[in-house]
Ligand binder design. Structure first.
Ligand code: NI
Length: 175
């Protein structure tokens, strides 16, 4: 079946503020299709990640997929990875502040502190439980998406709200 573009939930919709529930494994056909649909939806919106609550489902599942785009010109390229029932196992003391945006909060960018490096665990699509170390931009995406499945959004973590920028101003600054 062909993947379809899903509607992205917007800030204010209650699903974005709920703690998501674990995914029952193995994945059902419908859940596998959902993952494909989330990837297509994310790519169409030029995102580098998307979490299940952003397509209206309170499930502990998200996609991490950095790729350079008009929204993130400096992103590294990585094939989309579905992370199911992810856990943040360890993190560095060091935090790094950098720009983030969110498909559920269109038109806005803010500076968010995140752990510089993290150790995570998640179940992959094929059912294997994996443990990985992430750092830099990919670690940032993980933390952003991990927040989504716990009912948080990046603007909750912006320390200096005077750094907020509109998307057009952000693009001007980055080019
Ligand atoms: Ni987001």
């Amino acid at each position: 079946m062909k993947s379809k573009v899903l509607r992205i939930t917007q800030l204010g919709e209650p699903v974005l503020r709920k703690v998501s529930k674990p995914v029952r494994l193995p994945l059902s056909k419908a859940q596998n299709r959902l993952i494909d649909d989330m990837i297509v939806t994310m790519k169409k919106a030029k995102g580098v990640g998307i979490a299940a609550p952003q397509v209206g489902l309170g499930l502990r599942l998200f996609i991490v997929a950095p790729e350079p785009s008009i929204r993130y010109p400096k992103a590294p390229r990585m094939a989309p990875v579905a992370m199911i029932n992810p856990v943040l196992v360890k993190h560095s003391k060091k935090m790094v502040t950098d720009w983030e945006g969110c498909l559920s909060i269109p038109g806005l960018r803010g500076r968010v502190p995140r752990y510089q490096s993290i150790e995570i665990e998640f179940t992959a699509r094929d059912g294997r439980r994996l443990r990985e170390k992430l750092s830099g931009f990919v670690a940032r995406i993980f933390q952003h998406e991990f927040d989504h499945i716990n009912g948080h959004v990046y603007i909750d973590r912006v320390q200096d709200t005077r750094t907020f920028m509109t998307e057009p101003e952000f693009r001007k600054m980055m080019s």
